[in-house]
Design a protein. Sequence first.
Length: 443
Amino acid sequence: MANRGNDIDLDPRTSEARQALEQHDPGRAARLATSVVQVADAPFLPGSEGAWVEMIRLRLQRRRTTALGLLAEAALLAGDQALAVANAETAVAADPLDETFHRLLMHAHAASGNRAQALLAYARCRELLADELGTDPSPKTEGIYLDILRMGPARKHTGANADLFGAPPTHFVRFGSQRIPYQVLGEGTSDLLITGGSFSNVDSVWHHPTSANVFRCLTGAGRVIQFDRWGGGSAGLPQAGPAGGAQELRAWGEVFQVVLDAAESRETALLATLDGGPPAIHFAVHASKRVRRLVLINTTARWLTAPDYSAGLPVEQARQAIQWIEDQWGTEAFAAEMYPSEVDDQEFLRWYAANQRALARPEIAAARMRGLGAIDVRSLLHRIRVPTLVIHRKDHLAFPLAQGQYLAQHIPNACFLELPGRGGLFGADSQDLAQSVLAFLCE
């Protein structure tokens, strides 16, 4: 039957449904909200046109969307998370710019234990608001997002590895005579393999909420896999390892394969920073069937200058940077230089300095950077066929902005994002950076 009633008649039912929720009566709330949806769904004066008719139809649709939100709340109260998700998704589709429904969807996914989907719902909300309105989510939405982040992944372990910020279990896989430690965080059918090159430690990243939250945020796209390079970080006392060039790139590729096989990952997105960039580029070309997307952050195809490469670092400047690393590595002064935005956060500076000390000794860190000078993968850039995102800090101390720009210009159809500052993944804007990566991975 066509809807000929006044849409205002639906308001008392909506109010009663809200009252029922407040009285913890989800059954009554659902019945009232369902009746509003049924009335609003019926055609209003079919065949009639006119401004006032359109106005009533729009108001009916708004009341329908509100009722869908109430149905989602009722389902949550009743413990039916699947129904809550379905109703919240329908409400979001009907009014994608109303944060109320996005928050409901985040709640519904979180209540069902699907934290990754809850974070993805936030990422979509944030992207919609930015694209359509040029605004950020409200403090209320941000608060829910942070609460979900603090929930951490479901923990199935106890002991030393179950620290304050939710470290997942650490596993080991053999690579020659070495044991490579790796972790798998989150769940889902899509994977993201992260490499910080020589500068990673699967344990210390969980010792500070800023770094832990970046990794948790990225689980919105699926599983996050991280590992330590052979002979470094948690893999044991740093060894000399391959000296650089083609031999090292091949060895890196073998490590990627070994870790992905151990994690039972058939295809992955690959995120690389610092000296992890060239091995990731090499792997994306030579093992293209295993890589579906590529994210390059503060890295390069060639570190040193060349006659045909003005983006490179002059040899003397590189020598000074390496000496600085050898002199200051693992100190709070180094951390403050890298992250001036965090200079007043003593807890962060202490963590970052300790994190560096856990990565490698100063002389080993310097040696790794010297080895980077022997690597040049520029010839591979045009062969990359996967969607690629290049992110680079405007004032990065070791990798000039021009090197990130070069990557984006020479990788087919690459996207480029310039960020302010000189830090890496874990500065004041770490969540913004993580959300940019997440949005790219979920395209």
